[in-house]
Design a protein around this ligand. Structure first.
Ligand code: ADP
Ligand code: MG
Length: 825
């Protein structure tokens, strides 16, 4: 281990790093990925402290953007030092991530996620117990990372003006633009480690077809003659398709046949024909197959490398867990990788458990080829030394704001050129390597962004603003304006006004009790509010499902021409009772959200009782997407553990550790005998909580007010109207989306709908809707006055017409009571 460590490029800079740290409070360390920053620099400091007799009180923290990296690095460092595993007796090394920590009072070097440091700030704004803080991967420019830098900059300024305790800060970065960070901290010194990589040969999509020798068969050549397009124009997007068995590239309906002859087509048709087309057409052609992830091509490539290339592991970059699992299943099923080889096809993403994760560093026996299928976690955080071949799909999942949903969610997008270079570099660790890019050279050179836009400039700032308030860092805007690259004023304004609307802030930017709890939940505020209320009001399980569907997507699929069958399936789902009298009255039928919740409940029951196959069959029979259902299960569990994390519910002991028995945790969360689930059968409560989260997204039916009031006076149970109901969202007319089960309804129990998403085409459509009682709006909405276009105050009007004055007063008092319940939590 010592020899290995001594040969890492960073080892040569140990003296400089320690010396500069004595002279300065802040230091930037940069060096190529794999040069040893993460594993070595914290140890340089620890050893130096021990040697100088300060080992007893030093307290070094090293932050990682991802939990998997924090755990894996801590274990690696403990191994390198021949210490017992992190957190156990006699180990100086520990780690701490959300819901999992391995540390004790002897821990001197702690690896943790950025979020954990922010939580420490809540306890102690000056981080007084900490001697060194190492911020790793600063180049990633994550929202929390940039936020932490503002906090540290303020701390350092305070400490130099007071001349008191000396907190040392080390920023570690993989990019060359380390000057950006140095300037931010008053031109602090920068130490760079020498790179040490071998050349990597890169093949782009067009070269790949060439390389693995896809040829045109005479069949497909024949189909060329059917092409009727004008010169150089591409008519169809699916011009290039392959037949896997024959490893052929078929071209059909493609371009101007007069230019193409068999001679030109064979053998290396694709690259050479580019020259025949105008630049525009070439661009079209080059984009052809990039948009979807072509698993077959990846599989072919892996087989190709395995069969024909020299020793070395293959590293495949895919955007996310589901894609990784998909490729993994395909490879394991493929004869070439069956048997013992299948053990060496290793998925690597954030939910792989640490023991599994360690396998990526091992060498396979004999002539077995190691294939690691990873997310961008293997881009900089984790270095696998024996990789010689990289296959890069060019995409990743990025947290992005969705203005239609008003939520941020993970979306798939192209990586930046810097990311692409980083991925490519992974192939040249031990010897010259190869990188296969599943995108064209044109995409790489012309279309990819040079760098990723920092999260602070592209993400909503709502949750961050809440953190600022929770940590009492003063007014939001002046604080954020100190960032490395401050966000736009409009972005800050819209975040602040949402916080007022939701009820998290009041008065002069003061945090309300609700805001206080929301700040501790690392989810979107709307979803967070719904979850809090769900747990408090005893209908957690349904709200977990609804919150998950809202943050992800509806599970229903709409095969072409089957709209009516889907509608029928939805009704069957609702009518078919799961447990007793719930879900049978009208009120349940008028909610897409409750329908999704019911679908989940049934799916979950079938999955636990009858297994995966039966669950899949159920999905097929009622037009549900099985993968969405599994995702929802995952998210329910995550939400559940978040609530446990802030102490709102208590998980059973053996669930505390991450990665254990996801399925049974989900069943536990649905257990109706749990105190947080006592009202799971009361759909009116569930809808009220739904309203709490979705407010102010309320639409009111225009003719509804008077008619509804009248019918309610007559004790009739439903608001029926022979005319089409016209809905307003407060500003304009809106329509119920045809996919909603409310789209064909004539009568509504109440003339009020809540919704999350508006889509604008020729009209404004509300996606999924739920009919809710105005009393829910009164009790749980943000403010009592919902107005429609004519300026009439609908809810107050409703109340006047339907309820005696005392009831109105009672409702206002109930609202206050609810508020104080939250205050006392
Ligand atoms: P950097 O932070 O500069 O990217 P690291 O400190 O992460 O570099 O890695 C330094 C070296 O240690 C790399 O060669 C890497 O492969 C190796 N390494 C890191 N973690 C492990 C591990 N768990 N097992 C084996 N080797 C590891
Ligand atoms: Mg590192």
């Amino acid at each position: 281990m010592l020899n290995l460590r001594a040969t890492l490029p960073i080892a040569a800079r140990k003296g400089d790093i320690l010396q500069l740290m004595k002279e300065h409070d802040v230091l930037v360390v940069c060096g190529e990925t794999g040069s040893g920053k993460t594993t070595q620099v914290p140890q340089f400091i620890l050893d130096d402290m021990i040697e100088s007799g300060h080992g007893g009180y030093c307290n070094i923290i090293c932050t990682q953007p991802r939990r998997i990296a924090a755990i894996s690095v801590a274990e690696r460092v403990a191994d390198e030092r021949c210490e017992p595993s992190p957190g156990s007796d006699g180990s100086l090394i520990g780690y701490q991530v959300r819901l999992d920590s391995a540390r004790n009072e002897k821990t001197r070097l702690l690896f943790c996620t950025t979020g954990i440091v922010l939580r420490k700030l809540m306890g102690d704004k000056n981080l007084s117990g900490i001697t060194h803080i190492i911020v790793d991967e600063v180049h990633e420019r994550s929202l929390l990372g940039d936020f932490l830098l503002i906090v540290l900059k303020n701390l350092i300024e305070k400490q130099s003006s007071k001349g008191s305790r000396k907190l040392k800060i080390i920023l570690m970065s993989a990019t060359v633009d380390s000057n950006l960070f140095s300037r931010y901290f008053s031109n602090c010194p920068v130490v760079s480690a020498e790179g040490r990589t071998h050349p990597v040969t890169t093949y782009f999509l067009e070269d790949i077809y060439d390389k693995i020798d896809y040829r045109l068969t005479s069949d497909s050549a024949a189909s060329l003659t059917h092409g009727t397009s004008a010169r150089g124009q591409i008519l169809q997007r699916d011009v290039v398709t392959k037949s896997r068995g024959k490893k052929n590239l078929f071209l059909s309906g493609w371009g101007d046949e007069s230019l193409l002859s068999e001679r030109e087509i064979n053998p290396y048709f694709v690259p050479s024909c580019y020259q025949l087309y105008s630049e525009q057409t070439q661009q079209n052609m080059k984009r052809l197959n990039e948009d979807v992830i072509d698993y077959e091509l990846i599989e072919d490539l892996i087989c190709f490398v395995d069969e024909t290339c020299s020793e070395g592991a293959i590293l495949v970059f895919l955007p996310g867990m589901s894609e990784i699992n998909c490729l993994h299943d395909k490879l394991v099923a493929c004869s070439q990788f069956g048997g013992p080889s299948s053990e060496w096809i290793i998925p690597l993403h954030s939910t792989v458990v640490p023991s599994e994760q360690k396998r990526v560093f091992l060498r396979p026996p004999g002539n077995i080829r190691k294939v690691v299928i990873a997310t961008n976690i293997a881009e900089t955080s984790i270095t696998i030394d024996d990789v010689v071949y990289v296959i890069d799909c060019g995409k990743h999942k990025e947290n992005r704001y969705n203005p239609q949903k008003k939520l941020s969610s993970m979306v798939e997008d192209w990586i930046s050129r810097a990311n692409a270079m980083q991925r490519r570099g992974r192939a040249g660790r031990v010897k010259p390597g190869n990188c296969f890019c599943l995108y064209t050279r044109h995409r790489f050179e012309k279309l990819m962004r040079p760098y990723q836009v920092p999260e602070m400039l592209r993400m909503p700032l709502v949750e961050l603003c809440l953190q600022i308030k929770l940590l009492s860092f003063g007014y939001i805007k002046p604080f954020l304006l100190e960032a490395l690259e401050p966000p736009k004023v409009e972005a800050m304004d819209s975040a602040i006004s949402l916080l007022y609307e939701v009820g998290a802030l009041e008065g002069d930017e003061e945090l309300t009790p609700l805001g206080h709890h929301l700040a501790k939940l690392p989810v979107d505020v709307l979803i967070g509010k719904m979850l809090l209320y769900g747990a408090i009001f005893g209908c957690l399980s349904p709200i977990l499902s609804i919150a998950a569907f809202l943050s992800y997507k509806s599970p229903f699929v709409y095969p072409k021409d089957e709209k009516q069958n889907v509608e029928r399936a939805k009704l069957t789902l609702l009518n078919d009772k799961v447990d007793g009298p719930c879900n049978t009255n009208d009120i349940d039928r008028q909610s897409d959200h409750l329908l999704m919740m019911t679908a989940y409940k049934k799916w979950q029951r079938i999955l636990t009782e009858k297994g995966t196959k039966a669950a899949q069959k159920f999905c097929n029979s009622v037009f549900l997407s099985s993968s969405v259902m599994f995702m929802i299960r995952e998210m329910r569990m995550q939400f559940g553990t978040l609530l446990a994390d802030i102490g709102l519910i208590t998980l059973p002991k053996d669930y505390q550790k991450h990665g254990k028995k996801i399925g049974s945790l989900d069943n536990w969360l649905s257990d109706a005998s749990q105190p947080f689930n006592i009202y799971v059968h009361h759909s009116s409560v569930i809808k009220a909580i739904l309203c709490a989260g979705l407010y102010p997204n309320v639409a009111a039916g225009e003719q509804g007010i008077a008619a509804a009031a009248l019918s309610s006076l007559k004790q009739s149970s439903s608001y029926a109207n022979s005319h089409r109901t016209v809905w307003f969202d407060g500003r304009r007319e809106v329509h119920i989306h045809p996919s909603s089960i409310n789209s064909n309804s004539k009568g509504f129990q109440y003339p009020f709908l809540v919704f999350l998403e508006k889509v604008e085409t020729n009209k404004v459509f509300l996606r999924d809707t739920s009919v809710i009682s105005p009393y829910s709006i009164l009790l749980f909405g943000g403010s009592i006055n919902v107005q429609h276009q004519t300026g009439q105050v609908i809810i107050d009007g409703w109340l006047k017409l339907t309820a005696p004055a005392q009831v109105a007063v009672l409702f206002k008092e109930l609202r206050l009571a609810l508020h104080s319940i939250l205050k006392e939590l």
